[in-house]
Design a protein around this ligand. Structure first.
Ligand SMILES: *[C@@H]1O[C@H](CO)[C@@H](O)[C@H](O)[C@H]1NC(C)=O
Ligand SMILES: *[C@@H]1O[C@H](CO)[C@@H](O)[C@H](O)[C@H]1NC(C)=O
Length: 452
């Protein structure tokens, strides 16, 4: 997340009449065509595009070039409160390659970790798949599957290349919140099960109330409100570890939270969303050679990730990999107290939570049936790369929590050192990191890959 500190242009400011849409840079969405399939070998191209999340965009006064937000702070003259700020400030178009290190070519999207632009240093990105220039592509995947290719070879410890679904509004919240004039075109309306507080606009208002700049992130801060919704993490990974994780909430659709509902700090398990989720990370589940450089799934080169959402109501989430023309079944669990399965079911989640001594808020908030209900209402696809200013991504690729012995069941998640993944370190030393997502397909079960 970032904001430009200066902007030079001969283009006159065209005043848009919320969260306004700016026109200093023309918003041109990169094309990222996908495929929709009905049976194996029977797929048709969908002319999808991508847009950049609003939080990364330059936010300036509707009448000119003054920043509404600089670094990690709001200009409180322009933004004395959320409603005034939404009326005074415009989100502008994105220069995808030069500013954000985002490039699309054919059916592939590459996201760079650090990009030194003319105005700023950009860290990571979060993109959404669009069905049209003003609407997100909605995914309704009950009894369907989703597949994509990924190259994680240039994603070291501490980075997370994430491809996931969240229950955002199709139009980015414009219809529900008329003060949001920017909408999906400008990547508005984000939410997830962490109920993030760093979102600059929620429900058509700026999140300026109670805003506190981050102590370790020059570009981020947190406001009073969070933005919550159901989340299906199809893929969270680097070259060392990978996980897929359903997370559910007690609410349908994007929902603004405050107080206990957000589930912050000690109230982690008291909020409206399940922040822990029910994860399947092969290393954590006992197979330490399945995924990684030289592993059964060899992260030194590209591979296909297939995720099947089986049953209505949803009762199983199955994973396959395809690499070098070979279908690879997911690794089987090898943990005392958990059946030797290789997919996510409610039974797997309950056994895993008990075996690892974790709080089971996934079951409390509805489990796979709740995930399936969200998937039947429709979810938006996010593609991102990020580093972790809270806990250095240790929950994905190292041993976590760090105060427990790595031999305690559930603690070891990958081979990265517990000292790895510190954002200030990797932003300096691993800036060239990147992830490439390609060949996105969805449709009937077994239609997007050769299943046998
Ligand atoms: C904040 O906005 C006001 C009003 O546009 C402007 O005069 C002032 O310079 C801005 N402050 C900063 C630090 O940019
Ligand atoms: C998909 O393929 C697998 C493996 O061949 C098979 O067991 C399963 O029944 C198939 N599912 C459907 C819905 O065709």
């Amino acid at each position: 997340m970032f904001s430009k500190t200066a902007f030079v242009s001969s283009v006159l400011a065209a005043v848009a009449s919320g969260q306004q849409a700016g026109t200093l840079t023309t918003e041109t969405h990169p094309s990222l065509p996908a495929q929709s399939c009905t049976a194996a070998g029977s797929c048709s191209t969908v002319a999808t595009k991508v847009t950049m999340d609003a939080n990364w965009r330059w936010l300036h006064t509707t009448s000119g070039y003054t920043n509404c937000y600089t670094g990690n702070e709001w200009n409180t003259t322009i933004c004395p409160d959320g409603a005034t700020c939404a009326a005074n400030c415009a989100l502008d178009g994105a220069d995808y390659a030069a500013t954000y290190g985002v490039t699309a070519s054919g059916n592939a999207l590459t996201l760079k970790f650090v990009t030194d632009g003319s105005y700023s240093k950009n860290i990571g990105s979060r993109m959404y798949l669009l069905a049209s220039d003003t609407k997100y592509q909605m995914f309704k995947l009950v009894n369907q599957e989703f597949s994509f290719d990924v190259d994680v070879s240039k994603l070291p410890c501490g980075l997370n290349g994430a491809l996931y679904l969240i229950e955002m509004d199709e139009d980015g919240g414009m219809a529900k919140y008329p003060t949001n004039k920017a909408g999906a075109k400008y990547g508005t309306g984000y939410c997830d099960t962490q109920c993030p507080h760093d979102i600059k606009f929620i429900d058509g208002e700026a999140n300026v109330e109670g805003w506190a700049p981050s102590t370790n992130d020059a570009n981020a801060g947190s406001g009073t409100y969070g933005s919550c919704c159901n989340e299906m993490d199809i893929w969270e990974a680097n070259s060392i570890s990978a996980a897929y994780t359903p997370h559910v909430c007690s609410v349908d659709g994007q929902t603004r939270c405050s107080g206990t509902d957000c589930g912050d700090g000690d109230e982690r398990h008291d909020g409206i969303c399940d922040k822990d989720g029910c994860d399947f990370n092969s290393y954590r589940m006992g197979d330490k050679t399945f995924y990684g450089p030289g592993g059964t799934v060899d992260t030194a080169s590209k591979f296909t990730v297939v995720t099947q959402f089986i049953g209505s109501p949803l009762n199983e989430i199955k994973r396959f990999y395809v690499q070098g023309g070979k279908v690879i079944a997911n690794s089987a669990v090898s943990i005392t107290g958990v059946d030797a399965v290789n997919s996510i079911t409610d039974k797997y989640c309950n056994q895993q939570k008990t075996a690892f001594g974790d709080t089971n808020s996934f079951e409390k908030l509805g489990g796979l049936a709740a995930m399936g209900a969200s998937l039947s209402r429709g979810m938006v696809l996010a593609l991102s790369v990020w580093d972790d200013h809270a806990v250095n991504m240790l929950w994905l690729d190292s041993s976590y929590p760090t105060d427990k012995d790595a031999s305690t069941p559930g603690v070891a998640r990958g081979t990265c050192a517990t000292t790895s993944g510190v954002p200030s370190d990797i932003e300096a030393s691993e800036g060239d990191s990147q992830v490439t997502y390609s060949n996105i397909k969805w449709g009937a079960l077994n239609s997007t890959f050769a299943a046998s």
